[in-house]
Ligand binder design. Structure first.
Ligand SMILES: Nc1nc2c(ncn2[C@@H]2O[C@H](COP(=O)(O)OP(=O)(O)OP(=O)(O)O)[C@@H](O)[C@H]2O)c(=O)[nH]1
Ligand SMILES: [Mg+2]
Length: 353
């Protein structure tokens, strides 16, 4: 029987790292389960709670499916805004976080940059005090495990860019071997021998392995994240929190980088216009691609500006802190979006609790 204590655990990680699958595996067969993505596009775009039907150790366990970091449409801004909005409601309802699971595909098909950025966001969100409640879970292991997976795990554990600083502050780490319980897509190439073996692992095993991780998390004492502390105890606006500043810094750095790429490609295209029309067309296309990426970043910024009050002031502070040139075209565009937003909706209180 549950004694009514509700514990939430957000499952985080970059897009496609297997968050929804982990939750689906952990649920009892009769529980509603999240939708799992089978293509490159991000599947989960709305944060959603899934409560395991039967209480575990007297707790109602709520697994929270979050949009992936580096979401192909909205980037980290979506994961940030949805998670903080959700936490605000969760906290108001007197429920608390028992931990955070950070999932990492041990084959890391998506490259290192987005993983590092997402880890920085989680790090700033948690702060040192909450870090012992973080569980770093590597998944998608091959059967049998490959030596390159084991060496990648060592890199994760020993590198400060990845998990070392989390580990120093008490975060736990484990492997999740269980396979994807969902059948392969129709028309997909026949599964390999290793995949057949992996599929043969029963749903029960996948559930047990997921629940062993959950049991570990339920042992955590009640802690507040740095984000909660800054907003509730220190009375900061969301824009002033460490995690929001990190998201802003990442967006600004990305927009400036794309802006520079666009300008360089445009200059190269102009230079070759007469002498090398083919080369010139290539560089024009490069410039166009950089422009499109810049626009996508500006959409993320808009999403953030819709949610976070006083973003303009924080943008200025971040620009000063990191020495960004405010006159840079990309940064100016972000400032303009923020200014429009501030004109339309003057800041009011947007605090947690
Ligand atoms: N082989 C294998 N495939 C997995 C595993 N976990 C998930 N997958 C597959 O990886 C893909 C992405 O899984 P999802 O659970 O949708 O990932 P997600 O992190 O929720 O993705 P977003 O919602 O897009 O952020 C799907 O095709 C899954 O079937 C695993 O442990 N092993
Ligand atoms: Mg998902």
């Amino acid at each position: 029987m549950s004694d009514g204590r509700k514990q939430g655990t957000p499952i985080t990680g970059i897009t496609g790292s297997g968050k929804s699958t982990f939750i689906a595996n952990a649920m009892s067969p009769w529980d509603p389960a999240p939708k799992v993505g089978h293509d490159q596009q991000s599947e989960t775009s709305e944060i959603q709670e899934f409560t395991i039907g039967e209480p575990i150790k007297g707790f109602d366990v709520i697994l929270v499916d979050t949009p992936g970091f580096d979401d192909t449409t909205h980037g980290n801004a979506l994961a940030f805004t949805q998670t903080t909005k959700w936490l605000k409601e969760f906290h108001r309802a007197n429920k608390f976080l028992s931990g955070i699971i950070y999932l990492y595909d041990i084959n890391n098909k998506r490259g290192g940059g987005s993983a590092v950025e997402s880890l920085n966001i989680v790090k700033k969100f948690c702060g040192e005090t909450f870090t012992p409640s973080v569980m770093l879970v590597s998944n998608m292991w091959s059967t049998p495990e490959k030596s390159r997976e084991i060496s990648r795990e060592r890199t994760l554990e020993s590198s400060d860019r990845y998990w070392a600083s989390f580990r120093k502050n008490g975060a736990k780490m484990c492997r999740y071997h269980s396979h994807d319980c969902h059948p392969f897509e129709e028309g997909a190439p026949p599964p390999s021998e290793a995949e057949i073996k992996a599929m043969a692992k029963s749903k029960e095993e996948a559930r047990k392995e997921a629940r062993d991780i959950i049991l570990e998390i339920l042992k955590n004492p009640r802690r507040n994240t740095r984000f909660q502390h800054q907003v509730i105890n220190e009375g900061k606006d969301i824009a002033e929190t460490d995690v929001c500043r990190t998201v802003i810094n990442q967006l600004v750095a990305a927009v400036i980088k794309e802006d520079e790429k666009e300008k360089e490609a445009e200059a190269a295209a102009k230079e070759r216009k007469e002498s090398d029309p083919e080369g010139s067309a290539f560089f024009y296309e490069q410039a166009e691609q950089a422009r499109r990426r810049k626009e996508r970043i500006q959409q993320q910024w808009l999403l953030l500006a819709e949610f976070v009050e006083k973003l303009g002031y924080t943008l200025a502070a971040v620009a000063e802190e990191y020495g960004y040139v405010v006159g840079s075209c990309g940064l100016r565009a972000l400032t303009k979006i923020t200014a429009n937003r501030l004109r339309a909706h003057p800041p009011d209180s947007n605090q947690l609790g």
